[in-house]
Design a binder for this molecule. Sequence first.
Ligand SMILES: *[C@@H]1O[C@H](CO)[C@@H](O)[C@H](O)[C@H]1NC(C)=O
Ligand SMILES: *[C@@H]1O[C@H](CO)[C@@H](O)[C@H](O)[C@H]1NC(C)=O
Ligand SMILES: *[C@@H]1O[C@H](CO)[C@@H](O)[C@H](O)[C@H]1NC(C)=O
Ligand SMILES: *[C@@H]1O[C@H](CO)[C@@H](O)[C@H](O)[C@H]1NC(C)=O
Ligand SMILES: *[C@@H]1O[C@H](CO)[C@@H](O)[C@H](O)[C@H]1NC(C)=O
Ligand SMILES: *[C@@H]1O[C@H](CO)[C@@H](O)[C@H](O)[C@H]1NC(C)=O
Ligand SMILES: *[C@@H]1O[C@H](CO)[C@@H](O)[C@H](O)[C@H]1NC(C)=O
Length: 637
Amino acid sequence: MTWLQLSSVALTLISAWSTVAATHHEVTVGAGGQLKFIPETLNAQVGDQITYRFFAKNHSVVQSTFAEPCRPQIGGFFSGFVVNPSQDDTAPTTFTIHVNDTKPIWVYCGQRNNDHCQNGMVHAINASPEGTNTFSNFKSAASNAQRPSLTPSDGLPVGGVRKLHVDVGSNGNLVFDPSNVAELPRTVIEFSFNPANHSIVQSSFDAPCQPLDGGFSTPFVPTQQAPSGVTFEVVVKDTKPIWFYCAQTAKTHCQAGMVGSINAANTGDKTFEAFKQLAAKAPASNLPTHQPNVGVLKVNGTAVYNVNGVVFDSTKTGWDSSIVTDVPAPGYTYSPYMVAMAGGSVPENYGWTDRLSSNATEYLQAMQLMDHFVVQVLFEGYSKLRQGEWTGIPESIISIFGSMFAQALIQRSTYIESLQHFNKPTINGCRFNIDSSSFDEWLQTSLTATTLSTGAVMDIITQVEGQDHWMIAALATALGSKARMSAVINMMQNHMAASAPREELIPVELALGYVRSKYAVGGTCGPEADSLNSKADLPALNITAKETQSGTGRLTSITVSLPSSNGSRYVAWIGPWGGIKYSDLDADGKTVVPEGLSGHVWIAVTSAKGMRAKEISHSALTAIEKVWVVDPWGHDG
Ligand SMILES: *[C@@H]1O[C@H](CO)[C@@H](O)[C@H](O)[C@H]1NC(C)=O
Ligand SMILES: *[C@@H]1O[C@H](CO)[C@@H](O)[C@H](O)[C@H]1NC(C)=O
Ligand SMILES: *[C@@H]1O[C@H](CO)[C@@H](O)[C@H](O)[C@H]1NC(C)=O
Ligand SMILES: *[C@@H]1O[C@H](CO)[C@@H](O)[C@H](O)[C@H]1NC(C)=O
Ligand SMILES: *[C@@H]1O[C@H](CO)[C@@H](O)[C@H](O)[C@H]1NC(C)=O
Ligand SMILES: *[C@@H]1O[C@H](CO)[C@@H](O)[C@H](O)[C@H]1NC(C)=O
Ligand SMILES: *[C@@H]1O[C@H](CO)[C@@H](O)[C@H](O)[C@H]1NC(C)=O
């Protein structure tokens, strides 16, 4: 689970078309010392967030099933335990989940001490109001559930974002609040800046007011309002102690006690108090020259990746997170940071003609939607890389992804600005489920996004004519940019570096259908998206078996589940230069892979053969799918 999906960034976004804007629900856990979630039940829509706030003693939020109320659901969410002595003040640690569908979600507190679950500490989202699966039936099943209840054995948060909120300099005091806490790995620490002018820098225990090599840091953040809306997020990676300080030298903040720790020992010679005493005697503080390092600095939820110098001017960042998933208003100017990251701005003049044909309108809308997907995928991964959530990725690679994200964002504006120029509707909304559980999964999705965008642009280029000829240069630019991205991403995978994907022509309606049916979160694409010609209702192409040649690892045959049809069925293999090969499917759904293909190839099951690539959507019986045909090391996924 990702901070992106839960953070305000992703959510504030969905809106422009929204009659159903995402709602942020709050649920208390153990408030007033009661063994209760309040509210016990709630109804939530797709896209809503639910934040759990913890009180009194030691509770957790665990997803279960109706059948087994006090046992974790496999793959369900878990907050980890949160300790809070107070009945009335919320713990600084919260847990937030994201509602992806309207199926019932069953929840309990996993504290076995005093059997919280069996004693009624249960909760449900979108429980059925009548019939068998009601909340009251769930609660009574919980009271009879086997004791003790269980929680995931690693004890770590999963399926949602666990966040520790730390105030920086609240009420003008030179302190971090809280300054010394234990936190679980995977927790996001969210520092919130207050006036007047602080920084957050990681140090070692031994050198309290000096930056730790490779540690996190922010620039100085001068602010006037409390809270300022400027935050800094870092992820706790393990249980080792984390030490940090404020580097402000104007009043020697670090030496004055503006230091903090996460997971410091309570006893021995490396406690928080020992650190503070060491800081009091430390020489003048310092901070690294490049900020922010490791974590993510945000202004009112908007990530800021480039800061010039050691002082951050929040009035000069000028880009709004909503532009990642929403359509910027006409005339929107991208901030110099974004433009610099993208390596240049949009052209001043696209050479627009007087009118836009209705086919061209649809092409621009389709590409805008495809590139919404590209932008969101790249943003998701880039954010995780910047947060240090995936380790071992060099800074140079992270910067390349940053640049790709910015380029995709600027590129997408070609479609948006053109639609706006011709007074045509843009595609608003559209949020996507992006698998970023690992760097490799995310790379796969990025490659899918960029190759589909490339393939669809190629298709459109072949169809643009007459009054829409101005589009050709803009589309060719988009083609070049996405093809470069695909090549870079492809080379980062464990495949042969030589087999960079080539530019295939993928019918835009198939590419769009794939993105919509496989990734779009149901109901988030607005009415304009629904009216686009996209084959989102074709059944998925399911590969049930693969055979490879021993030695080379080349894919020699595949077996697919056969779509229902009375006639012959074929597999269309979409190649570069608009080329396409067909192979016959036998009665078991098996087919031989044609010669002469390499790398990733998009395929579809069709009811006819011999059509050109751009025509296959007429006889496609399944959606398209991507297969890897040459894998010399035999680790095809
Ligand atoms: C909180 O409860 C969990 C589960 O019973 C336990 O493992 C943990 O040690 C408790 N924490 C504290 C500080 O009591
Ligand atoms: C929503 O989807 C994300 C990403 O797939 C997942 O991590 C999260 O656990 C899901 N939320 C719920 C409540 O299941
Ligand atoms: C904030 O502090 C830094 C470091 O002392 C200083 O360079 C900068 O001028 C300060 N900014 C403001 C607005 O006070
Ligand atoms: C954050 O948003 C609040 C409320 O809209 C605004 O007053 C504040 O100036 C914003 N903070 C920054 C640093 O832009
Ligand atoms: C518009 O698209 C339709 C469907 O693809 C096609 O039949 C028609 O010829 C196109 N019109 C023009 C003017 O290109
Ligand atoms: C592939 O599997 C999905 C999910 O089980 C199913 O909905 C779809 O119909 C299958 N496709 C074919 C062609 O059988
Ligand atoms: C196959 O043919 C039968 C008889 O002509 C017809 O009723 C059925 O709809 C056809 N099925 C498909 C999937 O075309």
